[in-house]
Write a protein that binds this ligand. Structure first.
Ligand SMILES: C[S@@+](CC[C@H](N)C(=O)[O-])C[C@H]1O[C@@H](n2cnc3c(N)ncnc32)[C@H](O)[C@@H]1O
Length: 198
C-alpha cells in the first residue's frame, strides 16, 4: 500500500493546525510538497488557499480529492505527480512540506533545498518539518536527509525563523512496519527575506 493510502485517514498535521492562524499570511497561492494522504492540502483549501499539491505517488491525488467537498474547493486544487525536483514550480506565498526530505538522498540536499527556496516568493512563508538525525529511521537510511539542529538552522539563512520546535515522541509508528519508533523532528515556520542577492 502506498504511503498516501496509509496516511489517508490522518487528521491535518497538528503543527499546521496550531500555528497557521497565528501568523500573518494573507491567503494566496500555496504549494504542498509530498501531500501524501491529503489532509494538509485539504485543510489549506478549506481555509481559502489555492493549493498546488505534489507527490511522487499518483494515488495522493485521489486522497486529496476525496477530502474536497464543494466545486469551489476543487477549483482551488491542482495536483502534479512526480519528484518535486523535476517539476517547474510557480512562485508561492506559502510552501508546506512535512516529513518529505528524509525520502531524498543526502548528497542532493543543497540542490533540493534551492528548488524549495526558489519557489517561495519574497516575504512568503515556509511551514514544515524535517526528521532529525536522532530519529530511529535515520539509522535505517544513513544516505537520506536527516538533519541536526545546526544543519536545519543553516537551511534557513535566507529566512527569518518565526517559530522553531523540536518534537520528540516515543509513540510514533513506522509507516513501513507499523512498529513504534523513537521520533524526533524539527518543525519550523519561517519567512523568506526580502531583496536577496543570490
Ligand atoms: C511521510 S509522507 C508525508 C505525507 C504528508 N506530508 C504528511 O505529513 O502526512 C511523505 C510523502 O512524500 C512523498 N514524496 C517523497 N519524496 C518525494 C519527492 N521527491 N517528490 C514528491 N513527493 C515525494 C511520498 O510519496 C509521501 O507521500
Amino acid at each position: 500500500m502506498s504511503d498516501a493510502k496509509k496516511l489517508e485517514n490522518n487528521p491535518p498535521t497538528k503543527f499546521l493546525l496550531n500555528n497557521l492562524s497565528e501568523i500573518p499570511i494573507p491567503k494566496g497561492k500555496a504549494i504542498e510538497i509530498g501531500c501524501g494522504g491529503g489532509s494538509d492540502t485539504a485543510y489549506l483549501i478549506r481555509k481559502g488557499w489555492e493549493v498546488l499539491a505534489l507527490d511522487a505517488c499518483e494515488e495522493a491525488k485521489e486522497c486529496c480529492l476525496k477530502k474536497l467537498i464543494t466545486e469551489d474547493e476543487k477549483k482551488r486544487f491542482k495536483f502534479i505527480c512526480g519528484d518535486f525536483q523535476n517539476i517547474d514550480l510557480p512562485k508561492c506565498d506559502l510552501l508546506i512540506m512535512f516529513k518529505v526530505l528524509n525520502y531524498c538522498l543526502r548528497k542532493e540536499l543543497q540542490s533540493r533545498w534551492k528548488k524549495i527556496e526558489d519557489c517561495i516568493a519574497e516575504d512568503g512563508f515556509f511551514v514544515g518539518s524535517f526528521l532529525s538525525r536522532d530519529h530511529d529511521l535515520a539509522k535505517e537510511a544513513p544516505d537520506k536527509i536527516f538533519l541536526n539542529y545546526q544543519e536545519t538552522e543553516e537551511l534557513f539563512k535566507n529566512f527569518n525563523i518565526i517559530y522553531f520546535e523540536c518534537e520528540i515522541s516515543h509513540e510514533a509508528k513506522s509507516l513501513r512496519t507499523g512498529e513504534k519508533i523513537h521520533s524526533e523532528k524539527y518543525s519550523i515556520i519561517a519567512q523568506k527575506k526580502k531583496n536577496l542577492v543570490v
